[in-house]
Design a binder for this molecule. Structure first.
Ligand code: ADP
Length: 650
């Protein structure tokens, strides 16, 4: 009895264990995150786990449809119409052959949404090897399918993009073995991936490079691949038609998190047009540069504010200073740049003209002395003009500077030769004049002397012969008068009427006189300042003679300033005063000391003076119906002459 009860108790316990296990198993089957199903050997579904029932919203038994097997009605109701036939065919085939079933298809969820499933089933056989059941497992792969599809789409787009960009794209293994070429690469160069492998299987990525450019490119490539640094090279690349085009090739390595190179990615861009345009530009720039450098002139360029930015070789050699020697543009300032090279006596005038041109944009032209590298100052003529952009804004000043030293020297020589000639001829005519005066005056003077002796004798005797003495004195008076007449006649020589006279403006004659005297003035470190009223009417006068008057008066003014240290300026001023034109020539000299004598012939205070200049000037002016006089100023003298507007002759 006791034994039986023990047995009973054991069995009960075993039953409880069994039930628990079954519950656990059924719980497991229902809770695994997959669909589990079971079919009969004929393919009739007999079990769906809970997740599958929940997904489909139906159990295996619910697929009973009159006229069709349950499997067929599952295919019809739950499988996507596009997949249903294949599902049926594959599963039926497996049921017949006993092979494992595996398929992906879209299964309809209870809410009508189809989701991709990956499904597998295997048969279970009895001890006789007959199939007793099919067990299937099916899990939702919708998200994975979507991700795969997205990836495929992205990859497709990327590939399209890579093939569409107007560049040749390639990749290689870390050791340089080509692994990919985009479509355009082959289209453009005609080379395929195989062509970039040498006959011995070693990589030949530069097979498309021009043989002449290959060694340099290979060197750069090898260095980049060795160091992992970026690869950038320009070479001529082969085209399908056998021509070569300049290309710019660049590549970078792709590294993993540990920094090891996984792949090299590169791109080649056609820059043939750019390189050719650059070459053409370089050539034309070179030609222009050569032109500028070989022109027989010194050329320079400056910024709109006058800072030098370029000096031709000839100018650099002349000055012996390069732009760099001046430091940063603007650092030394334009003023000190000019000071370094312009003669101190010309500096003020140059600065004035230069700043005027910079301020107004008017062309610049000036003659001045420029310091050569050896310290010698040479006369140059500088001209500059603006270069403007399409908005008419000044972008640059371009200038040319010509060495005119030899020309100036030759002119100076000519002028001093002319001057000495004039002086010689003046001296000669003075000698002649003196001789003739002496000759003409000598006779009456000799008679005066003889008669004076006679008169003395008549008065010295006892008794004095007054009658004879009186007669002798009368002769003396006669002879003295005839001597005075000689002098008057000579003076009359200078009062001759001058012909022909032309109607012209005093300003044009003043301009001529200024031109003639400018060089002498600068040689003597003096300046001429002209101030002529622009509205002066034309007058009839002898141009050469009036010019002679002007030159005489200017030169006298300059002579008077020879020892002056302050302002050394001769001013010329012309204006209308009622019905005459008044011309003033003023200086900063010592002033006139003997105003009552200076117009007399032969009056001079100069060592080499003739004393004829002012006398002649006055006679010329008077012969034109005008007047010439002098007046002193606080410093210096002013000589004024008038010319009547209604021309008169004397
Ligand atoms: P010269 O050529 O000998 O000087 P001019 O007739 O030209 O003869 O001048 C006569 C004199 O008048 C000069 O020697 C000088 O003393 C005086 N004179 C002329 N111009 C000036 C002047 N601008 N300032 C001072 N004195 C002058």
């Amino acid at each position: 009895m006791a034994t039986i009860s023990v047995t009973c108790t054991d069995e009960k316990a075993a039953l409880v264990v069994l039930r628990n296990r079954e519950r656990e198993l059924s719980y497991l089957v229902d809770m695994v995150p997959s669909h589990i199903w079971r079919l009969t050997p004929a393919g009739e579904p007999i079990f769906f786990n809970r997740r599958m029932i929940e997904f489909l919203g139906m159990d295996a038994a619910d697929f009973d449809k009159p006229g069709t097997s349950r499997l067929e009605s599952i295919a019809e109701i739950a499988v996507h119409p596009d997949d249903a036939k294949q599902f049926n065919d594959v599963l039926s085939g497996c049921l017949v052959s006993g092979e494992n079933f595996a398929m992906r298809y879209r299964l309809r969820r209870s809410d009508g949404v189809y989701r991709w499933m990956s499904s597998r089933a295997e048969p279970v056989r009895d001890e006789n090897g007959r199939i007793s059941q099919w067990y299937g497992l099916c899990h939702d792969i919708e998200d994975q399918m979507c991700a795969d599809e997205l990836m495929r789409r992205n990859e497709r787009q990327l590939r399209q993009l890579i093939d569409a960009v107007p560049a040749l794209i390639w990749s290689t293994t870390p050791d340089g073995r080509p692994t990919y070429l985009n479509k355009r690469y082959t289209e453009v160069t005609g080379a395929t991936l195989d062509d970039l492998m040498g006959p011995d299987g070693s990589p030949a990525p530069l097979a498309v490079a021009h043989p002449e450019d290959r060694p340099a490119a290979a060197g750069l490539r090898a260095r980049a691949f060795e160091t992992g640094g970026p690869y950038a090279v320009r070479y001529r690349q082969l085209r399908r038609d056998g021509s070569y085009h300049w290309t710019d090739t660049r590549a970078l390595p792709l590294r993993n998190d540990a920094g090891a190179i996984l792949q090299w990615y590169g791109v080649s861009v056609d820059i043939d047009d750019l390189v050719k345009a650059q070459e053409a530009l370089q050539q034309s720039e070179q030609r222009l540069q050569q032109l500028v450098e070989t022109l027989p002139a010194m050329i320079y360029c400056a910024t709109p504010d006058g800072e030098p930015i370029y000096r031709s070789q000839q100018l650099r050699e002349f000055l012996g200073i390069n732009l760099e020697d001046l430091g940063e543009p603007g650092a030394s300032g334009l003023g000190s740049t000019l000071e370094a090279v312009i003669h101190p006596d010309d500096l003020t005038a140059v600065k004035q003209r230069y700043s005027h041109s910079l301020a107004t944009g008017e062309p610049y032209a000036q003659r001045h002395r420029l310091r050569r590298f050896d310290g010698q100052y040479r006369w140059v003529e500088t001209r500059a003009a603006t270069m403007r952009n399409s908005d008419d804004q000044i972008v640059q000043w371009n200038g040319i500077c010509l060495d005119i030293e030899d020309e100036v020297r030759a002119q100076e020589k000519l002028r001093s030769a002319q001057e000495s000639l004039a002086r010689a001829s003046q001296a000669a005519s003075l000698a002649e004049l003196s001789a003739s005066i002496a000759h003409e005056v000598n006779q009456p003077l000799a008679a005066v002397v003889a008669n004076s002796h006679a008169c003395y004798r008549w008065l010295s005797i006892e008794p004095a012969n007054l009658q004879r003495a009186k007669t002798t004195v009368e002769r003396i008076i006669r002879d003295a008068n005839s001597a005075a007449e000689v002098v008057s006649r000579i003076r009359a020589l200078f009062k001759q009427t001058v012909e022909p006279r032309m109607t012209t403006t005093i300003s044009s004659v003043i301009a001529e006189a200024r031109n003639l005297m400018t060089d002498e003035a600068s040689r003597r470190r003096m300046r001429l300042e002209i101030d002529v009223d622009g509205e002066l009417p034309p007058v009839a006068f002898d141009r050469v003679q009036v010019q002679q008057v002007l030159i005489n008066l200017i030169r006298n003014g300059m002579d008077a300033m020879e020892t002056v240290t302050g302002d050394r300026v001769v001013g010329l001023r012309a204006r209308r005063v009622k019905d005459v034109i008044e011309t003033e020539i003023s200086d900063f000299g010592q002033g006139v000391t003997s105003p009552d004598k200076i117009f007399d012939p032969f009056f001079t205070t100069k060592r080499n003076g003739m004393g004829m200049g002012l006398a002649i000037c006055r006679s010329i002016v008077e012969s034109h119906g005008g007047r010439l006089w002098a007046q002193n100023r606080p410093q210096g003298a002013t000589f004024i002459f008038t010319l009547p507007i209604e021309a008169k002759t004397k």
